[in-house]
Ligand binder design. Structure first.
Ligand code: VG1
Ligand code: CO
Length: 628
């Protein structure tokens, strides 16, 4: 198709472009005059948001408008590479202040299109959603315009830009989209002073593999042009389709496709029979994050839980000043309720983007490594989706070996992958994996290609409901702790704990890992570490059994002859400094010792981990910030 090209000042195009109903306030124009930046291409939905834009410096840029006879106008905007746009364990995460720098987000989105084969997006369908955090509204408009500018045919976006991470994966799969964007920094806090993030998932709904994210990073270092469609902001508050000649945006309900999928996985009637019992009390803490949008339609409207069983159910841009990470530290209110006098029978929470879960019984915490093993051990009888069989099981390397025991007993293929969900997808696509999990409160299955917080809660409710289905009113119910203890009695208990030292000085943390790598390279089997004898020590390396790709340096581990392990990694999801994670595990077959507190049982190994790593010397930290 022939393109007519003309040069003009960016200012004149933006100033004359049509505006949506929530058009720029006149004082906002003053803010950007005389030369507005790409950030102006997003309209500002409220006076509150108008103020934020004062963070955005303006650029002096010329744009080239490419007018297509039948298509939308596309502006080419000059840009420069920005350092540091390398994705971590799960997408690109930075402070909001970093993302709102001139062209920061736009550069990354354009670099992504520059990295994908044209057939993966030209005239194709992409999904867009997020966890409702601060900056998502503006980011959605920027992403839509750049996607259109690069020739995407259609964008499916959740109402108000909201879709949980598992829902994005579900929608990509159901609508056979080419991929999708998730605007979320997941469990990281949100708000003007905190974090924002972006993830890209592929057509099977799985996080982009390292081969793609490496390419994107490479392109961020050489980028010179951003292609932006000259279209007004799209009203994301109303369901329906907006057409722009050869491009369209459809605003969809964030819940329906995802709920439909969950209804095909679980026996909702069975779960409903449990949640509507007067002798069973359930509580779900949405932590003011994205599952607030899903909790009522699913747990209350579909499954009969009472309205007051949902706490912190209103999603907020800053998660109510909270840290939306469902663990014993950051979900303290839920933990206190569950451990309080006459606590509920079942408690659960999910994180910022709805892919993590924490499961609690009355006065009882289910460690995530046990959780995935217990779901796997019970899946075939309690969850219809698995009735025809389980293809295989997998866990991330630092996750405890509980799942290994289940795989062995059920004679199932088993895989150990690096930290991060992206490594499970290939195994699922190849039909080798059904259920998997991470110690970091992530559990899921091949119903989608992301971990899934609500799925895990429904899996646990299914197990409890199945065990109690014949219990008459007044009979003692099988509790969460009964299920876990029964599991330990059969399989043994893998005592597990993770110590997080958040936001350490990077230099000390990096030196510590360097020191450990050195130690590992010189280590020999049979060496004594206190009362433990070394079986091997290494820096975990993974070869994908499906495509043969290799990743290295995935965590330093010391494995002892009794199966105990101590593991050290640096987080790849933080946005400031370095977070050190220490993972400690010890297997205990003796039932009489299963009731011991994990911290007590693991004390000798924890002390060993701290002394072997010289953690206090390198980081200056006396204590972890989070203990799981
Ligand atoms: C952490 C967890 C990891 C998880 C990742 C993304 O990564 O350890 O298991 O997959 O977060 O979870 P890291 O590199 O910080 O240890 V989420 O809920 O942020 O998408
Ligand atoms: Co998450």
């Amino acid at each position: 198709m022939a393109h007519s090209v003309r040069l003009n000042l960016l200012y004149s195009t933006t100033a004359s472009r049509p505006r949506s109903s929530s058009s720029l306030a006149s004082n906002a124009i003053t803010l950007f005059s005389p030369i507005p930046s790409l950030s102006l291409l997003s309209s500002l939905p409220s006076p509150k948001l108008t103020l934020r834009t004062s963070h955005f410096p303006s650029i002096k840029a010329f744009s080239t408008t490419i007018a297509e006879p039948e298509g939308i106008k596309i502006n080419s905007i000059a840009t420069k590479p920005i350092e540091g746009q390398k994705t971590g364990t799960s997408g690109l995460r930075k402070k909001v202040k970093v993302f709102t720098q001139e062209n920061y987000l736009a550069n990354w989105i354009q670099a992504l299109f520059n990295s994908l084969p044209a057939e993966d997006y030209k005239n194709g369908l992409l999904v867009l959603g997020g966890d409702g955090r601060y900056f998502n509204r503006e980011a959605a408009q920027i992403i839509i315009k750049i996607a259109a500018g690069n020739g995407v045919g259609k964008i499916l976006v959740g109402k108000e830009g909201v879709l949980s991470t598992p829902a994005v994966s579900a929608v990509i799969r159901k609508r056979k989209a080419n991929g999708g964007f998730i605007m979320s920094a997941s469990h990281n806090p949100g708000g003007p002073e905190y974090d924002w993030g972006i993830k890209f998932n592929y057509s099977s709904g799985q996080p982009a593999p390292e081969s793609i994210t490496d390419k994107i990073y490479g392109n961020t270092l050489s980028i010179s042009e951003i292609k932006v469609a000259d279209i007004p902001d799209v009203d994301l508050s109303r369901l329906g389709v907006t057409e722009f000649r050869n491009f369209s945006v459809e605003v969809v309900d964030p819940v329906s496709d995802y709920l439909e999928l969950l209804e095909s996985v679980f026996d909702f009637e069975l779960i409903k029979s449990l949640l509507s019992r007067s002798d069973f009390r359930f509580i779900f803490d949405a932590m003011h994050a994205v599952t607030g949008a899903y909790a009522k339609p699913i747990f209350v409207d579909k499954l009969g839980a009472s309205v007051d069983s949902i706490s912190n159910g209103v999603p907020l841009e800053d998660f109510g000043h909270g840290h939306p990470d469902p663990n014993l530290t950051y979900a303290k209110d839920l933990v206190n309720t569950m451990y309080g006098e006459n606590g509920p029978d079942f408690g659960a929470a999910s994180d910022g983007d709805g892919d993590r879960n924490m499961i609690l019984g009355r006065g009882f915490f289910v460690t995530p490594s046990d959780s995935v093993a217990i779901i796997a051990a019970n899946a075939q009888e309690a969850i219809p989706y698995f009735r025809s069989g389980i293809k295989g099981l997998a866990r991330s390397m630092p996750t405890s070996g509980a799942l290994d025991c289940v795989a062995e007993k059920l004679k199932l293929p088993f895989f150990e992958v690096p930290t991060g969900w992206k490594f499970f997808g290939n195994l699922m696509d190849a039909g080798k994996l059904s259920i998997c999990g991470e110690e970091s409160f992530g559990t899921g299955s091949d119903h989608i290609r992301e971990k899934d917080g609500i799925w895990a809660v429904l899996a646990w409710l299914s197990i409890i409901a199945y065990r109690n289905k014949d219990k008459k009113p007044g009979e003692k119910l099988v509790s969460v702790s009964d299920v876990v203890k029964g599991y330990w009695a059969t399989y043994g208990r893998n005592f597990f704990s993770r110590y997080d030292y958040e936001e350490c000085e990077s230099e000390g943390a990096n030196k510590m890992i360097g020191y450990l790598r050195d130690l590992v390279s010189k280590s020999k089997a049979g060496e004594k570490y206190g009362s433990y004898i070394l079986q091997f020590a290494d820096d975990f390396m993974y070869t994908d059994p499906v495509d043969g790709s290799v990743v290295s340096k995935q965590g330093v581990r010391f494995v002892f002859t009794d199966g105990s392990r101590i593991i050290f990694r640096l987080s790849g999801t933080g946005s400031a400094g370095a977070t050190v994670r220490v993972y400690i595990e010890q297997f205990e077959p003796d039932v009489s010792k299963h009731d011991e507190d994990a911290q007590t049982a693991l004390k000798p190994l924890i002390d060993l981990a701290l002394s072997v790593s010289k953690l206090k010397d390198f980081t200056g930290r006396e204590k972890p910030t989070v203990i799981t």
